[in-house]
Design a protein around this ligand. Sequence first.
Ligand SMILES: [Fe+2]
Length: 322
Amino acid sequence: MDIAKPQVVTSGLAAGMPALGFGVGLRSCHFEWLLENDLNQPADSPRPVDWFEIISENFIGNDGFAAWMLERLAERYPIVMHGVSMSIGSTDPLDIVYLDRLAELIERVNPVWVSDHICWTGIAGVNTHDLLPLPYTEESLTHVAERVLQVQERLKRPLVLENPSSYLQFAHSDMTEWEFIGELVARTDCGLLLDVNNVFVSAFNHNYDAETYIRALPHQQVVQMHLAGPTHCGTHIIDTHNTAVPRQVWALYQLAQKLCPDCPTLLEWDADIPDFPALVTELNKARDALAGQLPGHDLVYTGYSDSVVSTPLHYQMRGDNV
Ligand SMILES: [Fe+2]
């Protein structure tokens, strides 16, 4: 992999955002550890991570213990909000009630930025709780760009959008995913959340080159990266978020960080979640990767898996609502 001549990001949305460092997704199973080992420490004590990302939907209308935990953590850590229900690509009208409740949460949390996904999650008022892929056409691009501008106007801030992982493509798409994203950014000035693992998953599933994808993005708009571990099912890879980050993803992360230096990094882990110290150990491999090492093991097919596609609301529906 040729990563000897990086671009330098000196303009765009990324240049105006703080270099948050290395963070993890806030999950309720870690509340007890954080209470006993972190939130009771002096304000200037060392911190296990640099920042947290929350799933917005888990905190909308939540005035319970989780909301109390978030308030305590926000006193000590930068918080970023990550949503899964905006459905920016749907042909349903934008959900104004959802956007207003999101705005209320933004007011409460004061996040560094707010993100969602380049996808649609439902139609005719039905939320599938999955992040479904879009056709990459001019018609779709015009539709999504108009809605991004409307959301940015309503939330009075740039929207940060994440590249999806996907398992099918539309036959009538006439541009690549990275061309669609580049044009979406050009028309809306939105930010990008580059999920390196999603690029790896989709590149395998659709047989395109992950490096080409990452090199083609508008790097000046990439304000955050995601890392996660997927599951190899032989003919396809599923974005399960239930295991360590594989070596192939670390290699792509090294390239992405060369192109988007000091981009804040977030480890996602949503099923078979390890304890907090083990999660931090995995996160810290990102520092090793930036130092030139290549952590982890190659992801290979090891047998059938019935792991679910990662959608945090699945866990909410199963009673793990934080
Ligand atoms: Fe992600």
